[in-house]
Design a protein around this ligand. Structure first.
Ligand code: GDP
Ligand code: MG
Length: 264
């Protein structure tokens, strides 16, 4: 018997949850909510902040990029703007990431999850060498799941919904890791419309018909192309503000991690 051990030799725990999403989708607030939920439910979490430019965090981070890299100093030293400063900070941090992995490995027995916040601007993490280095370092050592946070009220028009889904899809391509869509801000807008659109493109097409602001032919074809993508991910509705959907989120993460361990 190898309880807690997958056939591929991965230790079952901790599961790494990397939180990504468009700027303003609510990543940091969501992470804070995850931290509160783990504390209240006796789940053992470890928190990592990878945003070098964040001023104040609503949660205490066990590992914080800001302890190692001073983003303002990096900007000055390399004569960079804000985005270049964040990217270079992340590059500098990624060169030491083996130490971060070892630190988590040493604590693996005491941890269920590692919760990871990423920089506000999504592409800095998802389209950079250092983002790839960090994700791969996680994924080669622990079961790793990407939580893609969606701003639900801002995705109510079919066109913005589609561009958000295409972005999520590109992240799947890039990371090849299981993806959980967290439709956030359900306290403002329920996410059922999104589930409908993903399940039944007829409903999505009907919604497009009333969306005169957009040339809908491309969106129509894309919705057909994304059918397989939709089938292979898990979606949950959450509210980082009220805490709704937390149990469903963790269930989706567990199921994705199981799948990950069977596949890799
Ligand atoms: P990030 O840039 O993705 O880290 O987003 P933040 O966590 O900084 O949140 C962006 C804005 O969305 C803030 O004003 C939050 O208060 C708000 N926000 C985040 N989550 C929720 C939510 O579940 N419901 C509502 N109503 N607002 C939210
Ligand atoms: Mg943030």
């Amino acid at each position: 018997l190898n309880i807690g051990q997958s056939s591929s030799g991965f230790a079952k725990k901790p599961i790494i949850i990397v939180v990504v999403g468009m700027a303003g989708s609510g990543k940091t607030t969501f992470l804070h909510r995850l931290v509160c939920h783990t504390k209240a439910s006796n789940i053992r979490g470890y928190v990592m902040n990878l945003d070098p430019a964040v001023m104040t965090l609503p949660f205490g981070a066990n590992i914080d990029i800001r302890d190692t890299v001073r983003y303002k100093e990096v900007m000055k030293q390399f004569n960079l703007g804000p985005n270049g400063g964040i990217l270079t900070s992340l590059n500098l941090f990624s060169t030491k990431f083996d130490e971060v992995i070892s630190m988590i490995e040493r604590r693996a027995d005491e941890l269920d999850y590692v919760l990871v916040d990423t920089p506000g601007q999504i592409e800095i993490f998802t389209w950079s060498a250092s983002g790839a280095i960090i994700t791969e370092a996680f994924a080669s050592t622990f079961p790793t799941v990407i939580a893609y946070v969606v701003d639900t009220p801002r995705s109510e028009s079919p066109a913005t919904f589609m561009s958000n889904m295409l972005y999520a899809c590109s992240i799947l391509y890039k990371t090849r890791l299981p993806l959980v869509l967290a439709f956030n801000k359900t306290d403002v807008a329920q996410h059922e419309f999104a589930l409908e659109w993903m399940k039944d493109f007829g409903v999505f097409h009907a919604a497009l018909d009333s969306d005169h602001s957009y040339t809908s032919t491309l969106t129509r074809s894309l919705s057909l192309a994304l059918e397989d993508f939709y089938k292979n991910l898990r979606s949950v509705g959450v509210s980082a503000v009220t805490g709704a959907g937390m149990d469903a989120f963790f269930k989706a993460v567990e199921a994705s991690a199981e799948e990950y361990m069977e596949t890799y």
